[in-house]
Design a protein around this ligand. Structure first.
Ligand SMILES: [Zn+2]
Length: 106
């Protein structure tokens, strides 16, 4: 079995928990209980856990997507409907709020 990386959120030790009721494997942190889905195959559970992005990467991705939405709103302002522009702005704001929440947990 491949080694599990430490938790990207708290640095804690991770484990693969075998859920015998649902016959699935759940990768999770022993410290903060962060989980990463359910897998029928144990190797896939390990792979999913080990490829989880660390918090800085998550924040960067959220900010990138927020900027993408703002750029779309800027570029298409006056071309697309007001409703669409407002929706892109709202999405950008929601993504920035999410980044703020993630950043706060670091
Ligand atoms: Zn953890």
């Amino acid at each position: 079995m491949a080694d599990l990386k430490s938790c990207p959120f708290c640095g804690g030790e991770a484990e693969i928990w075998e859920d015998k009721v649902f016959c699935t494997y759940v990768p999770q942190c022993k410290e903060c209980n962060a989980q990463r889905g359910r897998y029928i195959n144990k190797e896939n559970a390990i792979k999913a856990w080990n490829t989880r992005k660390p918090m800085e990467a998550v924040v960067a991705e959220l900010e990138k997507r927020a900027n993408d939405n703002d750029r779309a709103a800027d570029r298409l302002s006056g071309i697309e409907s007001k409703k669409k522009i407002t929706s892109w702005r709202a999405r950008a704001e929601a993504l920035r709020d999410a980044a703020e929440i993630v950043r706060g947990k670091e």
